[in-house]
Design a binder for this molecule. Sequence first.
Ligand code: C5P
Length: 221
Amino acid sequence: TTIPVLTIDGPSGSGKGTISRHVAQRLGWHYLDSGALYRAVGVAAGWADIDLDDHGALVRCAFDTQVGFRADPGGELRVVVNGVDATDELRTETAGAAASAIAAIPEVRAALKDRQRDFRQLPGLVADGRDMGTVIFPDAAIKVFLTASAEERAERRYKQLNDKGVSVTLGGLLREILARDARDAQRAVAPLRPAEDAVRIDTTGQGIETVVERVLALVKP
Ligand code: C5P
């Protein structure tokens, strides 16, 4: 196909989500938040009381879970899971940890593959995740790998959660982020790593606008 794809991979808190949404908006391209799919399956498995060790049930859950994305009147992306707006629940660290656990199961990843590729539509797609450039869209013309120091990533999450009135400690968040990174990087299938042809951008100490411009410069040479 010739439908352009820009992949943006990186660890949690690297700024992937924010940067991807801004870049997609500036280009007028579609946006895939692949992490939301894994979070949705993790949350749906919780709703159905499925044990995280029951791989068979988790794979069925991955096939069966309906995930819809829609913009609310303010332009914020809402995620609807099996007919229920689960946007806020999906953002919790509990949902992130469940996502990371189920994402380590190869058959769950396989179950979500076509669904992610279906987002590739004209005029183009910005795909945000861990394996967008390595597994889902290996033929993407432009691949970015975003990083930031673990301390800065924990601080960003801390601010986000604090603004929402969620009480967390910086040290606790840092530990959770490091644990999730280690699990994502060490798993056997689709581990978090930059594609060979990815452009690496360290966002530590950089504002959103600066990073957005650097990414856009790759799309329009
Ligand atoms: O990006 P986000 O933090 O929402 O992703 C949640 C979890 O889902 C990650 O920690 C990772 O384990 C998993 N994930 C993945 N592959 C993707 C996107 C997310 O394994 N493409």
